[in-house]
Write a protein that binds this ligand. Sequence first.
Ligand code: SF4
Length: 213
Amino acid sequence: MADIEKATKILEILQERYEDAPQTYLNWENPYQLLIVTILSAHTTDAAVNSVSKDLFEKYPTPKDLANADDEDIIDIIRSVGTYNRKTRYIKETAEMMVDEFDGEVPQNMEDLVRFTGVSRKTANVVLQTAFDINEGVVVDTHVGRVTKRLGLTEEKSAKKIEQDLMDLLPKDDWDEWARIMGAHGRDLCNSRSPDCPNCPVNHLCPSAELEQ
Ligand code: SF4
C-alpha cells in the first residue's frame, strides 16, 4: 500500500475514535490569548499552562496591557510553567510587536508569525489552524511526531523535517486534521511509555505494532 493510501486509511479509522478531539488542549478565548498560551506551552504540559492562563489574562486582557506589564508581576503568575524568565521575555516582546506592528492583532500568516520572539512553525501552525482555520503547515508536537514515526510515515527526527514529510504526503486539506487526530491518538493509545497496540484500531497498518508489544 502506498504511503498516501495508508495515511488516508489511518486517518479515516482514527477519526471515528477521536471524533470529538479538540484542535488544541490549551484554553483560549481569542487569537491573542491563543498565541500567548501556545508560546508558554513550550517544554511543558497544556494542563500546566491552563492552570496559569486565567490569572494571566484577567490581569492582562489585551496585548497592550501585557506589553506594559512588569516582568516580576508576569513571573509571579507564570512561574509554574518553567523557564519563566525566558517565557516572560517572549510573551512581552510578542505583545509589544502586536501593538507596534499589527495594531494589536495577531497576523494571519506564517511569514509574520514566525518573526515573533519565541514563535516556532509549530506555534504559528497552532494559531493559524485553531484561531483562523488556515492550513499553512502541520502542527508537529511531541505526540504527532511520535505517532507519525511509529506509523512508518517518516524517518526524520526533527519536527521541521517531519512536518515537511507530512506536507509532501498529505493533501493540504488534511494537514490540520492529521495534527488533531494524531495528537489525540498520542495522548490515548499511542502514548510514549506504553502504547496499547493490541487495542489500537490501526495496528494492522502499523509497522511498530509488534515492536511495541
Ligand atoms: S499499533 Fe501501537 S505503535 Fe502503532 S499506532 Fe497503534 S498504538 Fe501506536
